[in-house]
Design a protein around this ligand. Structure first.
Ligand SMILES: [Zn+2]
Length: 216
């Protein structure tokens, strides 16, 4: 750090983009804009303030939703034209009620695709589909399958080889996804829970080398 005060470079509209990150989990929550006043209010109050480009007004995050953000620190990038706000959010950052605005992937994972297929079977039942039969059989039947598949995972691990183990874990995961669908829950709910535990897609923090409950 130099002693020079950093001059934020606001764009032609007097705005600077702000990346907002959960200081507890490091999850990126949202991107918003600040003008000079929003930055000043944020620094004065310790609560995130932004400039709404659509409403053309200053707003305090959470003013209506209650989902305020306490600001732990404000970082400036090398060009001084983007800010990083590290915050403790009081609730979901996104207006959709999701923890992060970045809940969609341009390229869904295999798990997400599988879950989408299960949801499609649920919405558009077709005869002959195992998933449809399972969903129609009800939660108790699904739970029974989860129990059976879990046991098969254990048996495979105890002497049936890796290939068999992988196949049985895949079966278990599939049935867990069906259970989520039957309960009206989503894969994102599980991902949010994992994110809350501080598990990140980072190669440097492997399970077992870090405190999993770092964020409570
Ligand atoms: Zn959002």
């Amino acid at each position: 750090m130099t002693d020079e005060p950093i001059q934020i470079k606001f764009d032609d509209n007097g705005l600077v983009p702000v990346v907002v990150q959960d200081a507890g989990t490091d999850r990126v929550l949202m991107v918003a804009w600040m003008n000079e006043e929003a930055l000043q209010r944020t620094q004065e109050t310790g609560q995130a303030h932004f400039w709404s480009r659509s409403r053309q007004e200053l707003w305090r995050k959470g003013a209506t939703s209650g989902n305020t953000m306490d600001v732990r620190e404000i970082l400036v990038d090398c060009d001084a034209d983007t800010l990083l706000l590290r915050v403790d959010p009081a609730g979901p950052a996104c207006h959709t009620g999701r923890e992060s605005c970045f809940y969609r992937k341009l390229q869904p994972s295999v798990l997400e695709t599988l879950f989408a297929i299960i949801l499609d079977r649920q919405a558009n039942p077709r005869p002959g589909s195992y998933t449809v039969r399972l969903l129609e059989a009800g939660e108790d039947e699904i739970l029974k399958k989860v129990g059976e598949e879990a046991m098969e995972v254990i048996l495979a691990a105890k002497g049936q080889g890796d290939r068999r183990l992988i196949a049985e874990i895949a079966d278990l995961v599939y049935h867990l996804l069906v259970l989520l669908a039957a309960r009206g829950l989503s894969l994102a709910d599980v991902e949010d829970e994992l994110a809350h535990r501080g598990i990140r897609l980072s190669p440097v923090r492997l399970p077992g080398t870090s405190r999993r409950e770092s964020t409570g």
